[in-house]
Ligand binder design. Structure first.
Ligand SMILES: [Zn+2]
Length: 119
């Protein structure tokens, strides 16, 4: 039933998005500050807007990190059959954090998942 669109383990995916939002937030704030240098008085308004956007982005990144942390505590610990390393999985289907093998607790999806991995 559940369409699987993540390219890597869900926990890693959330960490990646958290990082993206942190970088975007910082980048936007730096750009806003640079606006003062380039446009003087008018740049201050732009800088203020950019600061707010940057702050929102940073808040989102904190929320994403927090959410990822919350989910990783409820994640299932298991040993990956492919690389033998200890990994965490979220929900019924997830990828190994190390070798990205499709892992599933649902036997109905197991065959489909391993076929997809052949690519
Ligand atoms: Zn693995």
């Amino acid at each position: 039933m559940t369409k699987f669109f993540f390219k890597s383990a869900k926990i890693n995916e959330f960490r990646l998005w958290g990082l993206v939002f942190t970088l975007v937030g910082m980048g936007v704030m730096i750009l806003g500050t640079a606006g003062i240098v380039f446009w003087g008085q008018a740049g201050k308004i732009i800088a203020a807007i950019f600061m707010v956007i940057g702050m929102i982005s940073l808040l989102i990144s904190v929320a994403v990190y927090f959410w990822a942390g919350m989910m990783s505590t409820s994640a299932t610990m298991l040993q990956c059959p492919e690389c033998g390393r200890q990994t965490k999985m979220l929900g019924k289907t997830d990828r190994c954090m190390y070798c990205r093998t499709m892992l599933t607790l649902d036997p109905a999806q197991a065959t489909h998942g391993s076929q997809e991995q052949q690519v």
